[in-house]
Ligand binder design. Structure first.
Ligand SMILES: Nc1ncnc2c1ncn2[C@@H]1O[C@H](COP(=O)(O)OP(=O)(O)O)[C@@H](O)[C@H]1O
Ligand SMILES: [Mg+2]
Length: 362
Protein backbone atom coordinates (compact mmCIF):
# COMPACT_ATOMS: atom_id res chain seq x y z
CA UNK A 1 0.00 0.00 0.00
CA UNK A 2 1.01 3.57 -0.56
CA UNK A 3 1.39 5.84 2.45
CA UNK A 4 -1.98 7.35 3.49
CA UNK A 5 -1.28 10.82 2.12
CA UNK A 6 -0.29 9.48 -1.29
CA UNK A 7 -3.28 7.17 -1.30
CA UNK A 8 -5.67 10.03 -0.57
CA UNK A 9 -4.28 12.21 -3.37
CA UNK A 10 -4.35 9.28 -5.75
CA UNK A 11 -7.92 8.40 -5.03
CA UNK A 12 -8.98 12.01 -5.52
CA UNK A 13 -7.12 12.15 -8.79
CA UNK A 14 -8.37 8.82 -10.10
CA UNK A 15 -11.90 9.89 -9.27
CA UNK A 16 -11.58 12.68 -11.82
CA UNK A 17 -10.13 10.43 -14.50
CA UNK A 18 -11.08 11.17 -18.11
CA UNK A 19 -14.43 9.64 -18.79
CA UNK A 20 -14.60 6.88 -21.37
CA UNK A 21 -17.56 6.90 -23.60
CA UNK A 22 -20.07 4.43 -22.37
CA UNK A 23 -22.90 2.72 -24.13
CA UNK A 24 -26.27 4.24 -23.53
CA UNK A 25 -28.32 1.97 -25.77
CA UNK A 26 -31.75 3.12 -24.66
CA UNK A 27 -31.30 6.56 -26.17
CA UNK A 28 -29.58 5.54 -29.39
CA UNK A 29 -31.31 2.44 -30.66
CA UNK A 30 -33.66 4.10 -33.09
CA UNK A 31 -31.14 6.05 -35.16
CA UNK A 32 -30.78 3.37 -37.79
CA UNK A 33 -34.51 2.99 -38.34
CA UNK A 34 -35.07 6.69 -38.70
CA UNK A 35 -32.84 7.18 -41.70
CA UNK A 36 -34.03 6.48 -45.20
CA UNK A 37 -32.46 3.80 -47.35
CA UNK A 38 -31.97 0.11 -47.83
CA UNK A 39 -30.25 -2.08 -45.28
CA UNK A 40 -26.64 -3.03 -45.90
CA UNK A 41 -25.75 -6.69 -45.48
CA UNK A 42 -22.57 -8.71 -45.76
CA UNK A 43 -23.50 -9.58 -49.35
CA UNK A 44 -24.19 -6.05 -50.60
CA UNK A 45 -22.03 -5.35 -53.63
CA UNK A 46 -19.70 -2.40 -53.14
CA UNK A 47 -18.86 -0.16 -56.14
CA UNK A 48 -15.36 -0.48 -57.61
CA UNK A 49 -12.98 1.68 -59.58
CA UNK A 50 -13.59 0.83 -63.23
CA UNK A 51 -9.93 0.83 -64.19
CA UNK A 52 -8.44 -1.10 -61.30
CA UNK A 53 -11.49 -2.95 -59.93
CA UNK A 54 -10.44 -1.84 -56.44
CA UNK A 55 -13.42 -1.39 -54.13
CA UNK A 56 -14.25 2.23 -53.35
CA UNK A 57 -15.27 1.47 -49.77
CA UNK A 58 -15.23 -1.10 -47.02
CA UNK A 59 -18.53 -1.87 -45.38
CA UNK A 60 -18.37 -2.56 -41.65
CA UNK A 61 -21.65 -3.84 -40.25
CA UNK A 62 -22.79 -2.37 -36.94
CA UNK A 63 -22.19 -5.63 -35.06
CA UNK A 64 -18.53 -5.60 -36.13
CA UNK A 65 -17.84 -2.04 -34.98
CA UNK A 66 -15.88 -1.44 -31.75
CA UNK A 67 -17.89 -1.64 -28.56
CA UNK A 68 -15.64 0.73 -26.67
CA UNK A 69 -14.81 4.26 -27.63
CA UNK A 70 -11.58 6.12 -27.01
CA UNK A 71 -10.94 7.68 -23.63
CA UNK A 72 -11.68 11.38 -23.96
CA UNK A 73 -11.41 14.39 -21.68
CA UNK A 74 -14.72 14.84 -19.87
CA UNK A 75 -15.76 17.98 -21.75
CA UNK A 76 -15.23 16.30 -25.07
CA UNK A 77 -17.08 13.15 -24.05
CA UNK A 78 -20.04 15.39 -23.26
CA UNK A 79 -19.90 17.01 -26.72
CA UNK A 80 -19.75 13.64 -28.43
CA UNK A 81 -22.72 12.57 -26.37
CA UNK A 82 -24.60 15.62 -27.63
CA UNK A 83 -23.70 14.72 -31.21
CA UNK A 84 -25.01 11.19 -30.71
CA UNK A 85 -28.23 12.65 -29.34
CA UNK A 86 -28.57 14.80 -32.39
CA UNK A 87 -27.92 11.98 -34.84
CA UNK A 88 -30.29 9.70 -32.97
CA UNK A 89 -33.07 12.24 -33.20
CA UNK A 90 -32.70 13.53 -36.73
CA UNK A 91 -36.42 13.21 -37.45
CA UNK A 92 -37.44 14.94 -34.26
CA UNK A 93 -35.22 17.90 -35.06
CA UNK A 94 -36.56 18.08 -38.61
CA UNK A 95 -40.16 17.92 -37.41
CA UNK A 96 -39.31 20.96 -35.30
CA UNK A 97 -37.93 22.71 -38.39
CA UNK A 98 -34.28 22.44 -37.33
CA UNK A 99 -31.70 20.82 -39.56
CA UNK A 100 -29.39 18.61 -37.54
CA UNK A 101 -25.61 18.99 -37.92
CA UNK A 102 -24.97 16.09 -40.29
CA UNK A 103 -21.26 16.18 -40.93
CA UNK A 104 -18.24 16.24 -38.69
CA UNK A 105 -14.57 16.63 -39.40
CA UNK A 106 -12.34 14.99 -36.81
CA UNK A 107 -8.76 16.22 -36.82
CA UNK A 108 -5.71 15.65 -34.65
CA UNK A 109 -2.39 13.89 -34.39
CA UNK A 110 -2.00 10.27 -35.52
CA UNK A 111 -3.01 7.65 -32.97
CA UNK A 112 -5.29 9.85 -30.89
CA UNK A 113 -8.33 7.63 -31.48
CA UNK A 114 -10.04 9.43 -34.36
CA UNK A 115 -10.82 6.32 -36.38
CA UNK A 116 -11.85 4.45 -33.25
CA UNK A 117 -14.18 7.31 -32.30
CA UNK A 118 -15.84 7.38 -35.73
CA UNK A 119 -16.38 3.62 -35.81
CA UNK A 120 -17.66 3.61 -32.26
CA UNK A 121 -20.16 6.35 -33.16
CA UNK A 122 -21.48 4.06 -35.92
CA UNK A 123 -21.90 1.33 -33.37
CA UNK A 124 -23.73 3.64 -31.00
CA UNK A 125 -26.13 4.65 -33.74
CA UNK A 126 -26.60 1.04 -34.88
CA UNK A 127 -25.50 2.14 -38.31
CA UNK A 128 -23.09 0.26 -40.56
CA UNK A 129 -20.07 2.30 -41.59
CA UNK A 130 -19.23 2.79 -45.25
CA UNK A 131 -15.53 3.57 -45.00
CA UNK A 132 -14.30 5.16 -48.21
CA UNK A 133 -11.00 3.82 -49.51
CA UNK A 134 -9.42 7.04 -50.60
CA UNK A 135 -6.52 5.17 -52.16
CA UNK A 136 -8.96 3.31 -54.39
CA UNK A 137 -11.02 6.42 -54.97
CA UNK A 138 -8.24 8.67 -56.15
CA UNK A 139 -7.37 7.34 -59.52
CA UNK A 140 -4.29 8.29 -61.48
CA UNK A 141 -6.80 9.39 -64.02
CA UNK A 142 -8.51 12.40 -62.47
CA UNK A 143 -11.69 12.14 -64.52
CA UNK A 144 -12.14 8.74 -62.90
CA UNK A 145 -11.70 10.26 -59.45
CA UNK A 146 -14.76 12.47 -59.90
CA UNK A 147 -16.73 9.52 -61.17
CA UNK A 148 -15.60 7.43 -58.20
CA UNK A 149 -16.65 10.11 -55.75
CA UNK A 150 -20.05 10.19 -57.41
CA UNK A 151 -20.34 6.39 -57.19
CA UNK A 152 -19.32 6.37 -53.53
CA UNK A 153 -21.87 8.98 -52.49
CA UNK A 154 -24.58 7.32 -54.57
CA UNK A 155 -23.87 4.08 -52.72
CA UNK A 156 -23.97 5.86 -49.36
CA UNK A 157 -27.25 7.47 -50.35
CA UNK A 158 -28.86 4.21 -51.35
CA UNK A 159 -28.10 2.46 -48.06
CA UNK A 160 -28.61 3.60 -44.50
CA UNK A 161 -25.12 4.16 -43.17
CA UNK A 162 -22.57 6.40 -41.57
CA UNK A 163 -20.22 7.54 -44.32
CA UNK A 164 -16.61 7.67 -43.17
CA UNK A 165 -13.95 9.52 -45.14
CA UNK A 166 -10.80 8.52 -43.27
CA UNK A 167 -7.42 10.08 -44.14
CA UNK A 168 -9.39 12.71 -45.91
CA UNK A 169 -6.32 14.87 -46.57
CA UNK A 170 -5.45 12.54 -49.45
CA UNK A 171 -7.88 14.62 -51.47
CA UNK A 172 -6.25 17.82 -50.33
CA UNK A 173 -2.80 16.49 -51.18
CA UNK A 174 -3.80 16.09 -54.80
CA UNK A 175 -3.48 19.83 -55.10
CA UNK A 176 0.29 19.44 -55.12
CA UNK A 177 0.31 18.50 -58.76
CA UNK A 178 0.49 21.79 -60.72
CA UNK A 179 -0.22 20.10 -64.06
CA UNK A 180 -3.67 19.10 -63.04
CA UNK A 181 -5.02 22.25 -61.45
CA UNK A 182 -8.20 22.46 -63.50
CA UNK A 183 -9.03 18.81 -63.09
CA UNK A 184 -8.31 18.90 -59.35
CA UNK A 185 -10.68 21.82 -58.96
CA UNK A 186 -13.32 19.69 -60.56
CA UNK A 187 -12.65 16.84 -58.16
CA UNK A 188 -12.84 19.17 -55.17
CA UNK A 189 -16.07 20.66 -56.51
CA UNK A 190 -17.58 17.24 -56.99
CA UNK A 191 -16.63 16.45 -53.43
CA UNK A 192 -18.10 19.67 -52.05
CA UNK A 193 -21.35 19.16 -53.94
CA UNK A 194 -21.54 15.54 -52.82
CA UNK A 195 -20.99 16.55 -49.21
CA UNK A 196 -23.70 19.20 -49.44
CA UNK A 197 -26.16 16.83 -51.05
CA UNK A 198 -25.48 14.24 -48.39
CA UNK A 199 -26.63 16.57 -45.62
CA UNK A 200 -30.23 15.70 -46.29
CA UNK A 201 -29.43 11.98 -46.44
CA UNK A 202 -27.30 10.74 -43.58
CA UNK A 203 -24.37 11.41 -41.29
CA UNK A 204 -20.81 11.81 -42.56
CA UNK A 205 -17.53 11.84 -40.66
CA UNK A 206 -14.26 12.86 -42.29
CA UNK A 207 -10.91 12.40 -40.55
CA UNK A 208 -7.56 14.03 -41.09
CA UNK A 209 -4.16 14.08 -39.42
CA UNK A 210 -3.18 17.14 -41.45
CA UNK A 211 -5.91 19.68 -41.02
CA UNK A 212 -3.71 22.47 -42.32
CA UNK A 213 -3.63 20.79 -45.73
CA UNK A 214 -7.37 21.06 -46.10
CA UNK A 215 -8.82 23.78 -48.22
CA UNK A 216 -10.83 26.24 -46.09
CA UNK A 217 -13.80 25.64 -48.39
CA UNK A 218 -13.72 21.94 -47.50
CA UNK A 219 -13.15 22.68 -43.83
CA UNK A 220 -16.20 24.95 -43.73
CA UNK A 221 -18.36 22.35 -45.39
CA UNK A 222 -18.47 20.35 -42.19
CA UNK A 223 -21.09 21.33 -39.62
CA UNK A 224 -18.78 20.32 -36.78
CA UNK A 225 -15.01 20.32 -36.38
CA UNK A 226 -13.78 18.09 -33.62
CA UNK A 227 -10.14 18.32 -32.50
CA UNK A 228 -8.81 15.14 -30.89
CA UNK A 229 -6.37 16.14 -28.17
CA UNK A 230 -3.39 14.23 -26.89
CA UNK A 231 -4.52 12.55 -23.68
CA UNK A 232 -4.53 14.54 -20.47
CA UNK A 233 -2.98 13.03 -17.37
CA UNK A 234 -6.38 11.76 -16.23
CA UNK A 235 -7.06 10.23 -19.65
CA UNK A 236 -3.63 8.58 -19.64
CA UNK A 237 -4.37 7.04 -16.27
CA UNK A 238 -7.64 5.66 -17.55
CA UNK A 239 -5.93 4.23 -20.64
CA UNK A 240 -3.28 2.59 -18.48
CA UNK A 241 -6.04 0.92 -16.50
CA UNK A 242 -7.69 -0.16 -19.73
CA UNK A 243 -4.60 -1.59 -21.42
CA UNK A 244 -2.59 -2.95 -18.47
CA UNK A 245 -4.42 -6.22 -17.59
CA UNK A 246 -3.24 -8.88 -16.94
CA UNK A 247 -0.41 -6.79 -15.59
CA UNK A 248 -1.44 -5.61 -12.14
CA UNK A 249 -0.20 -2.19 -11.19
CA UNK A 250 -0.14 -0.31 -7.92
CA UNK A 251 -1.40 3.27 -7.90
CA UNK A 252 2.17 4.53 -7.67
CA UNK A 253 3.11 2.53 -10.74
CA UNK A 254 0.10 3.89 -12.63
CA UNK A 255 1.07 7.48 -11.85
CA UNK A 256 4.67 6.74 -12.77
CA UNK A 257 3.64 5.26 -16.13
CA UNK A 258 1.36 8.21 -16.82
CA UNK A 259 4.35 10.45 -16.16
CA UNK A 260 6.44 8.42 -18.62
CA UNK A 261 3.66 8.78 -21.20
CA UNK A 262 3.29 12.58 -21.16
CA UNK A 263 2.71 14.03 -24.62
CA UNK A 264 2.15 10.74 -26.41
CA UNK A 265 -0.96 9.49 -28.17
CA UNK A 266 -3.40 6.80 -27.04
CA UNK A 267 -2.06 4.45 -29.64
CA UNK A 268 1.49 4.90 -28.27
CA UNK A 269 0.18 4.24 -24.76
CA UNK A 270 -1.36 0.99 -25.94
CA UNK A 271 1.89 -0.05 -27.68
CA UNK A 272 3.93 0.80 -24.58
CA UNK A 273 1.69 -1.26 -22.32
CA UNK A 274 1.72 -4.15 -24.75
CA UNK A 275 5.49 -4.16 -24.50
CA UNK A 276 5.41 -4.09 -20.67
CA UNK A 277 2.95 -6.99 -20.67
CA UNK A 278 5.22 -8.99 -22.95
CA UNK A 279 8.13 -8.48 -20.56
CA UNK A 280 5.90 -9.38 -17.64
CA UNK A 281 4.57 -12.56 -19.21
CA UNK A 282 7.99 -13.70 -20.40
CA UNK A 283 9.46 -13.26 -16.95
CA UNK A 284 10.34 -16.66 -15.51
CA UNK A 285 9.20 -15.56 -12.10
CA UNK A 286 6.43 -12.93 -12.31
CA UNK A 287 7.01 -11.91 -8.70
CA UNK A 288 10.48 -10.73 -9.75
CA UNK A 289 9.14 -8.59 -12.58
CA UNK A 290 10.66 -5.13 -12.47
CA UNK A 291 8.37 -2.51 -13.96
CA UNK A 292 11.12 0.07 -13.95
CA UNK A 293 13.47 -2.36 -15.71
CA UNK A 294 10.84 -3.09 -18.35
CA UNK A 295 10.19 0.63 -18.90
CA UNK A 296 13.90 1.29 -19.28
CA UNK A 297 14.33 -1.53 -21.72
CA UNK A 298 11.40 -0.16 -23.75
CA UNK A 299 13.05 3.25 -23.82
CA UNK A 300 16.34 1.87 -25.01
CA UNK A 301 14.70 -0.18 -27.77
CA UNK A 302 12.24 2.48 -28.86
CA UNK A 303 14.10 5.71 -29.31
CA UNK A 304 11.71 8.61 -29.92
CA UNK A 305 8.50 6.86 -28.97
CA UNK A 306 8.29 8.65 -25.65
CA UNK A 307 8.70 12.38 -25.18
CA UNK A 308 12.40 13.27 -25.25
CA UNK A 309 12.40 14.79 -21.76
CA UNK A 310 10.90 11.59 -20.36
CA UNK A 311 13.17 9.26 -22.32
CA UNK A 312 16.28 11.12 -21.21
CA UNK A 313 15.23 11.09 -17.54
CA UNK A 314 14.52 7.35 -17.78
CA UNK A 315 17.91 6.69 -19.31
CA UNK A 316 19.66 8.09 -16.24
CA UNK A 317 20.65 6.07 -13.17
CA UNK A 318 18.25 5.49 -10.29
CA UNK A 319 19.47 8.44 -8.24
CA UNK A 320 19.11 10.93 -11.06
CA UNK A 321 15.73 9.51 -12.08
CA UNK A 322 14.47 9.70 -8.50
CA UNK A 323 15.50 13.32 -8.37
CA UNK A 324 13.80 14.11 -11.69
CA UNK A 325 10.61 12.46 -10.43
CA UNK A 326 10.68 14.28 -7.13
CA UNK A 327 11.18 17.61 -8.84
CA UNK A 328 8.37 17.15 -11.35
CA UNK A 329 4.83 17.95 -10.14
CA UNK A 330 3.51 15.68 -12.92
CA UNK A 331 5.09 12.72 -11.13
CA UNK A 332 3.34 13.50 -7.88
CA UNK A 333 2.37 11.58 -5.88
CA UNK A 334 4.75 8.74 -6.74
CA UNK A 335 6.05 6.81 -3.76
CA UNK A 336 9.72 6.63 -4.77
CA UNK A 337 10.64 3.95 -2.24
CA UNK A 338 7.96 1.64 -3.65
CA UNK A 339 8.83 2.48 -7.22
CA UNK A 340 12.53 1.71 -6.86
CA UNK A 341 11.99 -1.08 -4.36
CA UNK A 342 14.30 0.48 -1.79
CA UNK A 343 13.92 1.79 1.72
CA UNK A 344 12.77 5.38 2.21
CA UNK A 345 16.11 6.16 3.87
CA UNK A 346 17.90 5.17 0.68
CA UNK A 347 15.69 7.51 -1.35
CA UNK A 348 16.48 10.30 1.10
CA UNK A 349 20.17 9.61 0.74
CA UNK A 350 19.90 9.68 -3.10
CA UNK A 351 17.97 12.91 -3.09
CA UNK A 352 20.40 14.46 -0.64
CA UNK A 353 23.47 13.46 -2.59
CA UNK A 354 22.14 14.56 -5.98
CA UNK A 355 20.36 17.75 -4.96
CA UNK A 356 22.66 19.07 -2.28
CA UNK A 357 20.10 18.07 0.32
CA UNK A 358 17.21 20.43 -0.30
CA UNK A 359 14.84 17.77 -1.62
CA UNK A 360 15.58 14.90 0.72
CA UNK A 361 12.65 15.37 3.03
CA UNK A 362 10.30 17.16 0.67
N1 LIG B 1 -8.05 8.21 -26.72
C1 LIG B 1 -7.83 6.89 -26.75
N2 LIG B 1 -8.33 6.07 -25.80
C2 LIG B 1 -8.11 4.75 -25.83
N3 LIG B 1 -7.41 4.13 -26.79
C3 LIG B 1 -6.87 4.87 -27.77
C4 LIG B 1 -7.06 6.30 -27.80
N4 LIG B 1 -6.40 6.77 -28.89
C5 LIG B 1 -5.87 5.71 -29.51
N5 LIG B 1 -6.15 4.57 -28.85
C6 LIG B 1 -5.74 3.20 -29.23
O1 LIG B 1 -4.98 3.29 -30.43
C7 LIG B 1 -5.65 2.63 -31.51
C8 LIG B 1 -5.42 3.40 -32.79
O2 LIG B 1 -6.08 4.64 -32.73
P1 LIG B 1 -6.79 5.25 -34.02
O3 LIG B 1 -8.23 5.41 -33.75
O4 LIG B 1 -6.42 4.46 -35.22
O5 LIG B 1 -6.07 6.68 -34.08
P2 LIG B 1 -6.11 7.74 -35.26
O6 LIG B 1 -7.23 7.37 -36.17
O7 LIG B 1 -6.34 9.04 -34.55
O8 LIG B 1 -4.77 7.70 -35.92
C9 LIG B 1 -7.11 2.60 -31.09
O9 LIG B 1 -7.78 1.55 -31.73
C10 LIG B 1 -6.97 2.37 -29.58
O10 LIG B 1 -6.70 1.02 -29.31
MG1 LIG C 1 -7.04 6.80 -38.19
Amino acid sequence: MEDPKTAAVLSRMLGQAGRSLEMRPSRMTRAAERLRGETLTASTIVPVDRETSNPLADVILAADLPQVGPVLPAAMATSIDALLQEWSNIDRLREGGVEPAMSALIYGQPGTGKTQLALWIGRQLHLPVVAARLDGLISSCLGTTSRNIGALFAFAERYRCLLLLDEFDAIAKMRDDPQEVGEIKRVVNTLLQSLDARKTVGPTIAITNHETLLDPAIWRRFDLQIGMPLPTREARIEMIHRYAPPLELTDTQVVFLSWCLSDVSGSEIETFLRSLKRSYLLNEDPTKFSLLGAVRSYVSLNANRLATRRASALAKDDEALALALRRDPDASPVDLGKLFGVHRATINRWLKSSSGGELAHA
